[in-house]
Structure formats: structure tokens, C-alpha cells
Design a protein around this ligand. Structure first.
Ligand SMILES: [Zn+2]
Ligand SMILES: [Zn+2]
Length: 415
């Protein structure tokens, strides 16, 4: 048993009674703020959960489902260590109003890898990390690098390719990497809420790595992970699902009703954002690319640069907003709605904080260069080579003629 895990969980258990979740805010103001309807539903769930199927967790599958039902979660993704036994036991499917999906967490040589939508177990001893990633893909699955900077299970192989994404936030990483003495002092001296807020950190290293991977691979999906390992000691419950399921959620954006196929499609496409919902629920957050008349794309989508292109964010409540382009902070504001003109290609993602604590992390919208304009003269049919007219030599349009980002009064320079 991990002593650090016990200590952190003691703290978490001690705070359970005082935790509260605000009611989601009203969304009536969205239309008047110029926010267009993107046609997607927001399904909130928790990814990366361990139960008694794993050697290091004591919470039962039934307990996890009971808590998910009580918290009105739309879905759960159970990922036991190196086994799909819950799938064979028929656990996947609807349990009340919660869709339970069964994946697995594979201990590869390069680190822990979440494999979702797989039906055959994978021989982690025989295969390399890249071969395991490829095998997940071959089965039609989606895969995520787990807790990349967790001290006891750091991801080591950054040469891999073809993985779906990475955990941008992992609760276990956040809590267990705290200074143990500080945690112990907090246990005996501090009230619950300041304690919780004190251990919530913006996950700098995973986010920086995510940005780096996007630059290198073109697009990478980010998710939040609970890594819940509820366990029991001396008749008490530690790291309870009730708390762990509020500390990290991933929201999937889906058109129509939730199904397993649509959930995996949303994860594959990055139609998702993740959130820390200890103090306020995030459901209803949206980030779109639009031109003021219609929505051109949502989180995870690629859109072409065009005149009047802008990003529009809408939140359930006012928050401190930070916009990142290719990993660099380019604008901040404090508001519930935000329109930002976009004049350059890049991967744009948004973070929201409340009371200086992290709340919401969007997946990027990928703005790609506009295609080159068609040649102004018709092609020559004489059969002679015309290198000057070849499309390869045509330059993209000059974006400086498009509206400048400084035109939006709501936009402020970064701090
Ligand atoms: Zn792990
Ligand atoms: Zn895990």
C-alpha cells in the first residue's frame, strides 16, 4: 500500500462532508451575448477509475455507479490495471442514467496507457509501448498517455506516435505530489475548503507537454483523469468516489443521445473539455469558431482561416479566462462571454479559473491556413510546362488585410 496515497486520501476523506457543488448557472444570457448554438449536447463524466478489479483499490464497481448516479454523471470510464475482466462480466452499459464504459490501464514499458474501446486484452510483456498503442488503434480503440509526470509512474517514452491523447490533469498526480509534511499539518489544522483549494494546482507540466505534443504531432486530445482508487482502512473510506468524481471530469460534446460509439468518437475528435468541479459545475461551457453568423467548428475541430473568423467562449458563470495559441498565452479577460478575432493559424485553447484556481480546460480549435486562391488565368493547354502558374508556387493570401485582433474591446493583453 502506498503511504503517500493513504495520507492524501485521509485528507480527502476528512473533507468530504463540507464539499459543495453550486447549481449550474442559467444560460439565458448566451444568445444576447452573441453566442451561437453549436447544436451539441454536453455530457459530463469521469475517466480513469479503479475498483476492486484492480489490486490497489477497495471501492466496488457498484459503489462507483451509485456515486455516479447520485452526482448525475452521464458516463463513467472504468480502467482497471491490465485487465478487461469487468467487460467480460457484462458490466458495460447503462446503470441507471449513467453509461458505464469499460477500458483498461496498461502498464507499458514507457508508462501507463489508458486503452478505451478495446475488446481483447493486450500482452504488455511481449509488445513495446508503440506496439501496444498500435494494437489499441487496430482494435478501433482510443488511447491516452496517463499521468505523464506522476513521480511513481512517469511517462518515459516520448518517441511514440499515433496515440489519441494525454491526461492534461490527473487528480492522483496533483494530490500525491504535494509536500507530505504540509499535507499532514493541514490535516490537523485546516478547515476543508481552504485545504482543497490549496492542493488544486494548475497542472503546469502536463499542460506544457500537451502543447509540445500538439506542436509536434499536429493535434493531440486532452482529457481529465480521476485515477480514483477508493480504499478502506479501520472502517473508514479514503479517497472516496464522492470526492474524486468532482475533482476531475471530462465533458463530451455530442449531437443527440449519448451512446458508446458517440462517446468514443467525441474522444477521438477532441470534442471534449475537462474540468475541476469542486466548487462549481462546468456543464454548459462552450468554445466555438464562428464568423458571427454561423458556427464553423467546436473544440477539436479544424477550421480554415477566413475573414471575420473569431473564437467565442461561453461559461456557466463569469471566470478568469486565458487564451493560448500554440502554447503561448496571448489574451486574458474576466467575463462570462468572450469573442476574440482570429487572424493567424494556430492551435487555440482556453483555460478558465475561478478565485485563481483552475476550473475548465478546453481542447484546442485548430485554425489552419486558408487554401491558396485559384489561379487568376485559365490553365494553358499548349502542353508546355508553365512553372510560374503551378499551384505549389502560389502564396497564401496576406492575412494582414483581415481584421486585427486589437479591434475587440473585450480583449486585453496578456499579463
Ligand atoms: Zn497509472
Ligand atoms: Zn490508474
Amino acid at each position: 500500500m502506498d503511504y503517500g496515497l493513504i495520507l492524501s486520501s485521509l485528507l480527502i476523506a476528512g473533507c468530504a462532508e463540507l464539499t459543495r457543488v453550486d447549481r449550474p448557472a442559467s444560460f439565458h444570457g448566451a444568445a444576447s451575448a452573441g453566442v451561437l448554438d453549436d447544436g451539441y449536447e454536453d455530457y459530463a463524466g469521469v475517466i480513469h477509475i479503479h475498483t476492486t478489479y484492480s489490486h490497489d483499490a477497495m471501492g466496488t464497481f457498484e459503489e462507483a455507479v451509485r456515486v455516479a448516479n447520485a452526482q448525475r454523471l452521464d458516463y463513467l470510464v472504468i480502467t482497471e490495471h491490465n485487465t478487461l475482466q469487468p467487460l467480460r462480466d457484462g458490466k458495460q452499459g447503462w446503470h441507471g442514467a449513467t453509461l458505464v464504459l469499460i477500458g483498461m490501464e496498461i502498464s507499458t514499458r514507457g508508462g501507463h496507457y489508458l486503452a478505451l474501446n478495446v475488446t481483447e486484452e493486450i500482452d504488455r510483456f511481449k509488445l513495446t509501448t508503440q506496439q501496444i498503442i498500435d494494437e489499441v488503434n487496430r482494435q478501433g480503440g482510443v488511447g491516452f498517455i496517463a499521468h505523464p509526470y506522476f513521480k511513481k509512474g512517469r511517462w518515459k517514452d516520448w518517441t511514440v506516435t499515433r496515440f489519441t491523447g494525454i491526461e492534461g490533469y490527473n487528480v492522483a498526480h496533483d494530490t500525491l505530489d504535494e509536500n507530505k509534511l504540509r499535507l499532514a499539518l493541514w490535516t490537523i489544522s485546516a478547515p476543508a475548503e481552504p485545504f482543497y483549494l490549496s492542493i488544486l494546482d494548475r497542472p503546469y507540466d502536463p499542460l506544457a507537454k500537451w502543447d509540445e505534443l500538439i506542436r509536434r504531432h499536429g493535434r493531440i486530445v486532452g482529457i481529465g483523469a480521476s485515477d480514483a482508487h477508493e480504499f478502506h482502512l479501520f472502517g473508514l473510506t479514503f479517497a472516496p468516489y464522492t470526492i474524486m468524481f468532482q475533482l476531475s471530469r471530462t465533458h463530451l460534446l455530442i449531437q443527440g443521445p449519448l451512446t458508446p460509439e458517440k462517446a468514443y468518437d467525441a474522444l477521438r475528435a477532441g470534442h471534449a473539455y475537462f474540468s475541476i468541479e469542486l466548487l462549481a459545475e462546468a456543464k454548459g461551457f462552450s468554445l466555438t469558431a464562428d464568423n458571427g453568423k454561423r458556427v464553423l467548428g467546436i473544440m477539436g475541430d479544424e477550421v480554415l482561416l477566413e475573414p471575420d473568423l473569431r473564437l467565442t467562449a461561453w461559461l456557466p458563470a463569469p471566470a478568469q479566462l486565458s487564451l493560448f495559441k500554440d502554447g503561448q498565452l496571448i489574451a486574458t479577460t474576466t467575463n462570462q462571454a468572450w469573442h476574440v478575432p482570429i487572424t493567424e493559424p494556430g492551435a487555440y485553447r482556453l483555460e478558465a479559473a475561478r478565485h485563481d484556481k483552475p476550473w475548465i480546460f478546453s481542447n484546442p480549435i485548430y485554425v489552419r491556413p486558408a487554401p491558396p486562391p485559384p489561379p487568376s488565368t485559365p490553365p494553358d493547354n499548349s502542353g508546355l510546362a508553365q512553372p510560374d502558374a503551378s499551384p505549389e508556387t502560389t502564396q497564401p493570401p496576406n492575412t494582414s488585410e483581415q481584421p486585427g485582433a486589437g479591434a475587440d474591446a473585450a480583449m486585453q493583453p496578456p499579463k
